[in-house]
Design a protein around this ligand. Structure first.
Ligand code: ADP
Ligand code: MG
Length: 658
C-alpha cells in the first residue's frame, strides 16, 4: 500500500477548480456572484478573446482591506459563513470559499480592492502557487478582479475551449442567469472593447427578458404571481402554443440563484400536460423565494442543484400557480378566421348542406377560456385556427413548376366528382409541384423531374407510375387518405407520408451537394439565446449543406442570408428555432451523418402538409404516386407508420361473411 500524504495547496486548489471552473463563463459567474454578495449596484465585465486572454470584473461593492485580501485567496476562506448552523440560513450566492483560490490556481490572478470609507486601496497577485506580497494601490471604492491566461497551466482544459464566439455565448448565458433576477443592478459586458450588453437598472424581470431574448418573446409571456405557505413565486411563462423543442428555455431561480430541479420540471410538465405535444417544452422564467432554512444549497459544487425540505409544497404550489394562470388566460392564438372554413369542410366529407355535427361553421377565434371546463374548447379552437392558417399558408406558397400553361389556382372550383383525374397538367400544381421540386438534377424528359421516375419496383413501362395510383382516393377529416387497392383498401396518414417523401428526396439531394437554397434580398434577423449565436459557427459546414447562410448579428441575434428553398417563409424561423435548441444542448458533437439525418427529418417535418390541411385531388394523387417511388414509404422518418392496410379478407371476417 503506498503511503498516504497530504496534497500540496496548489493541487488541492486545482482539484477544486476542476469542479468549479469549467470554462471562462464559470469564472465570470463566480466573480459576478462575489460582486453581488459584496452589495454592488453596478458590475462591469470586460472580456478579451472569449475570456482566454482576460476577464476583468469591476464592482462598486463593499471592497476588502489588506488583511481580507490576503485571506480571500486562501482555500476555505469566506466571510459568508462562520459556523455549521449558517449552512441552513444562506442568503448569499457564495459560501464555500472556493472560487478565488480555484481561479488563482489556473490563471494569473490580480485583485485590487478598496474598502468603502477607506481612502487607500490594495493589490494582490497570484500566479499558480506564487503569491506576491500585498502592496498599496490607487483604486476607486469597490473591487476589481483580473483573470489572465486562464488554464495556462492546465493544457487539457485549454484544448477543450472553443472559439471566442462560442465562449462568449456561454458567458452571456451566465450573465443572463444572474442579471434576470438582479434587475436593480446595472451590468455592462464588453468583448474586445465592444459593448455586448449594457443593462441599466430596471424594475422586475420582464425588461431583462427583453434585453436577452428579444422584445417579441418578452411581450408574449404570461405573468405568474403567487404567494402562499411561505413560498413566493413570480415570473413569466409562455402560452402553451408557444413551445420549443428542448427544455433549454426553462429559467428557474431560487432565492436569486439559477437552479435546475426535477421537482420543478415535473410540476411545469404537469401544468402544460394536454395543452401541447408531449415532446415540446414551454418557455419559463420563474423566480422562487423561500426561507433559506427550507432548502439545502450545499449539494453541488456550482450550487445548481438544491435539496428541498418539503418538495411536495414546491411541486403543488408551482403547479397550481401555472394552472390558475392558464385558466384565466385566453390561450387562443390571434389569427384571422377563414369564413370559408365550415363550407369547405362540409363539402369535403358529405353531401348535406349543413356542417357535420359538432363543427361550427366559421367558428371565430377569440373564445376566452373563462373557466376550467372551457379549456378543452379553447384548445380545439386553437387547433382550428392553426389549421386555417396552414391552409392559407399552403395556398399562398403552392406554385407551378412546369411551363406557363399551368392554371394558376390549385383550388378546384367544384368539389371532387369521384372520377379519376386524367389531366396531366393539372397534376403538376400545388403539392404535386412541391413534391417534385427538390430534385430536378437528373431530368430525363422535359418537364419531368427525376423523382417522378419509379424507384421501387414500379413497372418500367409506366414512367409516371399512374397505374399504382388507385382511381378513387378520398381525404377524410383532412388528415387521412383512403384508397382502394387490388386486395382491399389502404389508409394513409397524409403528414407522415409527405414527411417521408420529402425526407427521401432531401437525403438524395444532399448526397449530391448542398440543398437548393434561396438567397434573401435583405437579410432577415432572428432573436436567439445568446449562447446559440456561437452554435451557428460550430455547425457552419452542416448548415451550409442544408442551404442556410447565417451570421452572428449582435449578442442575441443572428442574420439569415439564405435558407433552403423547401422551407416556406413562415417555417424558416420555426425550423431554425428548433434546430438551434437541439444543437445547443448536444453535449458531444454527433457524427456529421447522424446530425444531417436528424436535421433533414426535422426539415421534412416542417415542410410537409399537416393533419388538417385540405388537399386537392391533384395533390392527393401526387402524394399517392410518390408513395410508390420513395424507399421506406411505409414509415415516416421518425418510424411511425404512414399507412395501414385492410384486405378484403379482413373486411369479410369483420362482417362475418367468410
Ligand atoms: P465565497 O464567495 O464562497 O465566500 P470566494 O473564494 O469567492 O468564496 O471569495 C472569498 C471571499 O473573498 C468572500 O467570502 C468575500 O469575503 C471576499 N470577496 C471576494 N470577492 C469580493 C468582492 N468582489 N468584493 C468584496 N469581497 C469579495
Ligand atoms: Mg464566491
Amino acid at each position: 500500500m503506498p503511503r498516504i500524504q497530504l496534497l500540496p495547496d496548489l493541487l488541492v486548489n486545482k482539484i477544486a477548480a476542476g469542479e468549479v471552473i469549467e470554462r471562462p463563463a464559470s469564472v465570470v459567474k463566480e466573480l459576478i456572484e462575489n460582486s453581488l454578495d459584496a452589495g454592488a449596484t453596478r458590475v462591469e465585465i470586460h472580456v478579451e478573446d472569449g475570456g482566454r486572454k482576460l476577464i476583468r470584473v469591476v464592482d462598486d461593492g463593499c471592497g476588502m482591506d489588506a488583511d481580507d485580501l490576503a485571506l480571500a485567496i486562501q482555500p476555505h476562506a469566506t466571510s459568508k459563513i462562520a459556523r455549521e448552523d449558517d449552512l441552513f440560513g444562506i442568503r448569499t450566492l457564495g459560501f464555500r470559499g472556493e472560487a478565488l483560490p480555484s481561479v488563482g490556481s489556473v490563471s494569473q490572478l490580480r485583485i485590487v480592492s478598496r474598502q468603502r470609507g477607506s481612502d487607500e486601496g490594495h493589490e494582490i497577485r497570484v500566479v499558480g502557487d506564487q503569491v506576491e506580497p500585498i502592496k498599496a494601490a490607487a483604486a476607486p471604492p469597490g473591487t476589481t478582479v483580473e483573470v489572465r491566461q486562464l488554464f495556462f497551466n492546465v493544457p487539457a482544459r485549454q484544448k477543450f475551449l472553443r472559439t471566442a464566439q462560442t465562449e462568449m455565448g456561454h458567458i452571456t448565458e451566465q450573465l443572463a442567469r444572474i442579471a434576470l433576477v438582479q434587475p436593480r443592478v446595472e451590468f455592462k459586458l464588453t468583448h474586445n472593447n465592444r459593448t455586448v450588453y449594457h443593462l441599466p437598472p430596471v424594475e422586475g424581470m420582464r425588461p431583462r427578458i427583453g434585453d436577452f431574448y428579444g422584445a417579441e418573446m418578452a411581450g408574449s409571456l404570461l405573468e405568474i404571481h403567487r404567494q402562499e405557505r411561505g413560498l413566493s413565486i413570480h415570473g413569466w411563462v409562455s402560452r402553451p402554443a408557444d413551445n420549443r423543442s428542448t427544455a433549454k428555455w426553462q429559467y428557474l431561480f431560487l432565492n436569486g440563484r439559477f437552479i435546475r430541479d426535477r421537482f420543478l420540471s415535473h410540476a411545469i410538465r404537469e401544468a402544460y400536460r394536454g395543452l401541447m405535444e408531449a415532446s415540446r417544452y414551454p418557455v419559463i422564467f420563474l423566480a422562487l423565494e423561500i426561507d433559506p432554512s427550507e432548502v439545502d444549497v450545499n449539494v453541488h459544487p456550482t450550487k445548481i442543484e438544491v435539496r428541498w425540505r418539503d418538495s411536495n409544497l414546491l411541486y403543488s404550489q408551482v403547479l397550481s400557480a401555472l394552472r390558475d394562470r392558464f385558466l384565466r388566460a385566453d390561450l387562443t392564438p390571434a389569427l384571422t378566421p377563414d369564413p370559408s372554413f365550415g363550407r369547405t369542410y362540409s363539402r369535403d366529407i358529405s353531401d348535406t348542406d349543413g356542417p357535420p355535427e359538432g363543427i361550427e361553421p366559421g367558428a371565430a377565434t377569440g373564445h376566452a377560456a373563462g373557466d376550467g371546463a372551457q379549456t378543452d374548447e379553447a384548445l380545439a379552437e386553437q387547433r382550428r385556427a392553426q389549421i386555417r392558417q396552414s391552409i392559407a399558408d399552403f395556398f399562398k406558397t403552392a406554385r407551378p413548376v412546369v411551363g406557363p400553361g399551368v392554371p394558376p389556382s390549385p383550388i378546384p372550383d367544384e368539389g371532387w366528382t369521384g372520377r379519376p383525374t386524367t389531366d396531366r397538367s393539372a397534376e403538376s400544381i400545388g403539392y404535386a409541384a412541391r413534391l417534385a421540386e427538390p430534385d430536378v438534377s437528373r431530368d430525363t424528359s422535359p418537364g419531368m423531374p427525376a423523382t417522378l421516375l419509379p424507384q421501387m419496383g414500379a413497372g418500367d413501362g409506366d414512367p409516371a407510375g399512374e397505374s399504382f395510383v388507385p382511381d378513387v382516393i378520398i381525404q377524410v377529416h383532412r388528415t387521412y387518405l383512403v384508397a382502394e387497392t387490388p386486395d382491399g383498401l389502404i389508409i394513409v396518414d397524409q403528414h407522415a407520408l409527405h414527411e417521408r417523401i420529402l425526407f427521401e428526396q432531401l437525403s438524395a439531394q444532399i448526397s449530391r451537394g448542398p440543398l437548393e437554397s434561396q438567397r434573401l434580398l435583405i437579410p432577415d434577423t432572428m432573436d436567439v439565446a445568446p449562447d446559440q449565436v456561437g452554435v451557428i459557427e460550430v455547425y457552419a459546414d452542416t448548415l451550409a449543406r442544408l442551404g442556410f447562410e447565417l451570421t452572428p448579428y449582435g449578442p442575441g441575434t443572428i442574420a439569415i442570408h439564405a435558407a433552403p428553398s423547401l422551407l416556406k417563409e413562415g417555417r424558416v424561423h420555426e425550423f431554425l428555432r428548433d434546430m438551434l435548441d437541439r444543437l445547443s444542448v448536444r453535449s458531444a458533437p454527433a457524427s456529421p451523418e447522424m446530425l444531417t439525418n436528424d436535421l433533414l427529418s426535422m426539415m421534412a417535418c416542417k415542410a410537409a402538409v399537416k393533419a388538417g390541411d385540405p388537399l386537392s385531388q391533384e395533390e392527393i394523387r401526387a402524394l399517392m404516386r410518390e408513395r410508390h417511388r420513395v424507399e421506406r414509404s411505409s414509415n415516416c422518418p421518425h418510424g411511425r407508420p404512414t399507412s395501414l392496410r385492410l384486405t378484403i379478407r379482413d373486411l369479410e371476417r369483420q362482417f362475418k361473411r367468410a
